[in-house]
Design a protein around this ligand. Structure first.
Ligand code: RIB
Length: 326
């Protein structure tokens, strides 16, 4: 495929209210944190920024924004990254808000008040834009009916990439529309029922991928600093090696990964190579604070991906082993 590839991201936009904390509070506990930061976020908007800025795709955002100042912040961030926002909807509800705490190890805890995101609909203007895409990228912070409508609006041959986050059960008709599923290990375990009493994924990612391939043609399971497993029906899964970096803030790193993966798939890049590029982008994102602000430049992603030792290999983890993190 020639050209940058067209990605339409269908999903959420949130204003992220972020506080650095010495540790995440327990139930019923009050702790003191650092100064409040107000950042553009939301899985959909984060992925759109990454597809454009970090992945170089011609990118549109289909989402819902309130008629408020948070919407202005989000539109500016999307447009500064080169994302088309003319197919976004203005609705009579407050722009989505995410309450985020970030611990010193970079791990976050997030609660989302969906607001406008819950009112997103795929109307004529949105459907027309979706029909221009090589890849439609969706997540689960918007109603499932939106994912269904986005799937129906695709042109023949366009891929629906679903990042099944936050985790929830998927009805059969949603499964049926997915071409590429992107999940971390915990989401994969939730979708396969493969989680033990402590909450850890019991099965190796290759095993989880094999189960998920019964429902979708291709799966990417992200493993945080350990890389990812990219698997297609009828082919050996490929273990893509991770990149070791100093973690500052993991917020939005998974979204950066998804945006760059979608951008690469839209250019016709094979899935394991797309996962390698996405991994490099995600690694760069965790070294910086914030969600959309942390999405790296495309040139930096390419440089890091090309610099990495070529340790990717067909996956051969022994059955029954497991690993933590995603
Ligand atoms: O994935 C990170 C995102 O999740 C944050 O930006 C927050 O808005 C929530 O949607």
């Amino acid at each position: 495929m020639n050209g940058p590839g067209r990605v339409v991201v269908v999903g959420s936009a949130n204003v992220d209210l972020v506080v650095d904390v010495p540790r995440h509070p327990a139930g019923g506990e009050t702790i003191l944190g650092g100064d409040l930061r107000r950042n553009p976020g939301g899985k959909g908007a984060n992925q759109a920024v990454a597809a454009s800025r970090s992945g170089g795709a011609d990118t549109s955002f289909v989402g819902a924004l309130g008629r408020d100042e948070a919407a202005t912040l989000l539109r500016r961030s999307l447009e500064d990254a080169g994302v088309r926002t003319d197919a976004a909807q203005d609705v009579d509800a407050p722009t989505g808000t995410a309450l985020i705490t970030v611990a010193p190890d970079g791990e976050n805890a997030i609660v989302v008040a969906p607001g406008a995101n819950a009112h997103l609909e795929v109307g004529d203007r949105q459907a027309e834009r979706i029909a221009t895409a090589d890849v439609v990228l969706a997540q689960l912070e918007v109603p499932l009916d939106v994912v269904r409508a986005a799937s129906r609006a695709r042109r023949p041959g366009a891929l629906l990439v679903l990042n099944a986050a936050p985790s929830r059960e998927l009805p059969d008709d949603v499964w049926a529309g997915v071409d590429v599923l992107v999940v971390n290990e915990h989401e994969a375990a939730d979708l396969t029922g493969g989680r033990d009493a402590s909450g850890d994924a019991r099965q190796a990612p290759e095993q989880l991928a094999a189960v998920l391939l019964e429902r979708v043609p291709a799966v990417v399971i992200t493993l945080g600093g350990e890389g990812s497993v990219a698997a297609r029906r009828g082919a050996e899964p490929v273990r893509v090696s991770g990149v070791r970096v100093d973690v500052v803030d993991t917020t939005g790193a998974g979204d950066t990964y998804c945006g760059v993966l979608a951008a690469a798939l839209a250019r016709g890049v094979p899935i394991a190579d797309a996962a390698r590029l996405a991994g490099a982008a995600g690694a760069l994102a965790v070294t910086r604070p914030g969600a959309q602000q942390s999405a790296p430049a495309a040139a930096d992603v390419l440089a890091l991906a090309e610099d990495r030792p070529s340790a990717d290999r067909p996956s051969s983890r022994p059955a029954g082993t497991s690993r933590k993190g995603s």
